[in-house]
Design a protein around this ligand. Structure first.
Ligand SMILES: [Zn+2]
Ligand SMILES: [Zn+2]
Length: 103
C-alpha cells in the first residue's frame, strides 16, 4: 500500500512539472501566444498554454509554440556509418538516441 502511495506521489509531481513547462507568452491584447525565446513575444506576459487557448489565442507562426509543446520525441540528429541520418526517435534533450549521444 505504501508503495502505491509513493507511486501516486511521483505521478502527481510529474504531471505538475509537465504542465508547468507549458508556459507561453502573450500580451493582453495579443491574439497569438509565443514561446519564451520568440522575438515577437515582446513585452508579453507569461501564462499557461491552457489559459492562452482558453482565451482564444492561437500559436505564433514564427516560433510555433504548438510544435514546441507537442510530443518531445524527435528524430535523432546523429549520422550512421554510411553518412545518412539516424532513423531512431529519441526524447533526449540533445536530440540524440542512446547510440549517438555523447558519453
Ligand atoms: Zn512567436
Ligand atoms: Zn541516433
Amino acid at each position: 500500500m505504501k508503495k502505491f502511495l509513493v507511486l501516486t506521489f511521483f505521478m502527481v509531481v510529474a504531471i505538475a512539472v509537465t504542465s508547468q513547462a507549458q508556459t507561453v507568452y502573450s500580451s493582453a491584447k495579443g491574439e497569438k501566444y509565443h514561446t519564451a525565446d520568440c522575438k515577437l513575444s515582446g513585452d508579453a506576459d507569461n501564462m499557461t498554454l491552457a489559459a492562452a487557448k482558453k482565451a482564444g489565442k492561437t500559436g505564433c507562426g514564427v516560433c510555433k509554440p504548438d510544435e514546441h509543446f507537442k510530443d518531445k520525441v524527435s528524430q535523432c540528429v546523429g549520422k550512421t556509418a554510411d553518412g545518412t541520418r539516424c532513423k531512431r526517435m529519441t526524447a533526449s534533450k540533445d536530440n540524440k538516441c542512446y547510440q549517438h549521444k555523447s558519453k
